[in-house]
Design a protein around this ligand. Structure first.
Ligand SMILES: [Zn+2]
Length: 474
């Protein structure tokens, strides 16, 4: 098929078009809560309609808009490819920012603003891919809204949805429930992967192939009400504090398939010292005897910066984070009940009953007997195959565009809309390609102050995404 400007290149006019699209999206305040994604959906509806396509915007809940558009292949290549993204962003407090988080400023070679990384840059790149495909049809005298795109053998679907940052219930979940046929595909490309992460001078490109599940529990601690003048061990606040301390201890590490593959592939690119440490960590995590408590965390702190160390630790453990602790009505009344709410993130292979058992083990029988525990929310982990037709192609495209690239499969410690697509059998890969510089620190910028993306990252990203789409669908 027509490959536009060719591999690895993007004309300045198209780069400008992409940047202006991103800046316009950042200026639309689709902050969740409340969302207001309809404003972004309507804007993209106009952009795609101007490009000759016929997008569909839905607003199943007031203000919560999602957009879907499709271009057609000739049908000989198999099921469609889905370009997935979300329109909402998390809130931003302007106080900590150098530039207005909703200004979309282009300064010092960066586009600044909330969503620059998560994930309006990918939305803009996906839209640009759709515009390129539409142009290819128009240049061949075809109607891109109806006719097959020249050289395209599969359909390409673009879906940018509401509400991902709050679980996707008003966006991808609704779409999967109400219009599964709009989204059924051989695979989806989504956020949270394909972004260069520099470690020890090597450019690793983690591609998300799996993501952790989650279980939210509410614990009610049962003490005994009493007078503050006569302290008692039945104080529910004290019991809650003991429970919280035990939950804060990291549990046993476990390497799931994608992480084991990832570490094994990373080792040849590491220094001898780091390689030895990672080999030790791998042997310890899956070995017959559990490593000393805290030993893995100490190794990671020694090897990585604090953000990366915490991230790696999160993807080899079932984690527990205490979110709410509440007890007491008055200083001189011993509380008879206390409440704890916890956010557990589960590795592939850990289901809700297994997570509950792990909590019981950590808390211990004596304290366990003093509490009730209720599961409030549960979401399964998801995994996409490493040996399917799409994953090896994504690695190859990255290597073709960056000879020094080391692509790796990656398990995300958080949940994305991939969990909704998994329900209709669509394997989702985190692949929003951006090449980053040494100082970009993307992990820290996501949801943080001064979120920004460099023009150079976008200059790299669009041709990579384009190649992935055109090679899979041609
Ligand atoms: Zn996101």
């Amino acid at each position: 098929m027509t490959t536009g400007t060719g591999r690895g290149e993007i004309e300045e006019t198209e780069l400008s078009e992409l940047i202006e699209l991103l800046r316009a999206l950042i200026r639309i305040r689709s902050v969740n809560p409340p969302g207001d994604e309809i404003l972004a959906a309507r804007y993209l509806e106009q952009v795609l309609t101007d490009g000759g396509l016929r997008p569909t915007v839905v607003e199943p809940f007031p203000g919560r808009g999602s957009i879907v558009a499709r271009v057609h292949g000739d049908g000989t290549g198999g099921d469609p490819l889905l370009l997935l993204s979300h329109l909402d962003v998390v809130p931003a407090e302007p106080g900590g920012w150098t530039h207005d988080p909703f200004g979309g400023d282009l300064v010092d070679g960066y586009v600044w603003g909330r969503g620059a990384i998560d994930m309006k840059s990918m939305v803009a790149m996906e839209v640009q891919v759709m515009r390129r495909l539409a142009r290819a049809a128009q240049e061949a005298g075809r109607n891109p809204a109806e006719d097959p795109i020249p050289g395209l053998r599969r359909d390409v679907i673009f879906c940018s949805s509401a509400d991902e940052e709050a679980g996707g219930w008003h966006g991808a979940d609704w779409l999967v429930n109400e219009h599964p046929d709009w989204l059924r595909a051989a695979g989806a490309l989504n956020e949270a992967g394909g972004i260069a992460t520099i470690y020890g001078g090597v450019r690793f490109y983690p591609i998300q192939v799996a993501e952790k599940g989650f279980v939210v529990y509410k614990i009610r601690v049962k003490g005994r009400w009493g007078h503050g003048s006569i302290p008692t061990p039945d104080n529910a606040a004290v019991l809650a504090a003991q429970i919280v301390m035990r939950l804060a201890e990291p549990g046993p590490a476990r390497l799931t398939e994608s992480i084991a593959v990832s570490l094994a592939r990373a080792i040849p690119h590491l220094t001898a010292r780091a390689a030895r440490a990672i080999q030790g960590l791998m042997a310890g995590a899956n070995g017959p005897t559990a490593p000393e408590p805290g030993a893995i965390e100490a190794t990671l702190r020694d090897l990585c910066d604090p953000v990366l160390a915490r991230t790696v630790s999160a993807i080899i453990h079932d984690t527990v984070s205490v979110g709410i602790v509440a007890a007491g009505v008055k200083y001189n009344v011993i509380p008879g009940t206390a409440y704890i709410e916890i956010d557990c993130r589960t590795l592939p292979g850990t289901d809700e009953p297994a997570m509950r058992e792990e909590l019981r083990r950590r808390i211990g029988e004596e304290l366990w007997a003093r509490m009730d525990i209720e599961c409030e929310q549960v979401g399964p982990s998801v995994s996409a195959p490493l040996d399917g037709p799409l994953y090896p192609l994504l690695e190859q495209v990255l290597r073709d565009h960056d000879a020094a690239a080391v692509p790796l499969p990656f398990l995300a410690p958080f949940a994305t809309d991939a969990k909704h697509l998994a329900r209709i059998g669509v394997p989702t890969y985190g692949f929003s390609p951006l090449k980053t510089g040494r100082d970009d620190g993307l992990l820290a910028l996501m949801h943080g102050d001064d979120e920004r993306v460099s023009v150079e990252a976008l200059r790299f990203g669009l041709p990579v995404l384009w190649d992935a789409v055109s090679r899979f669908c041609a």
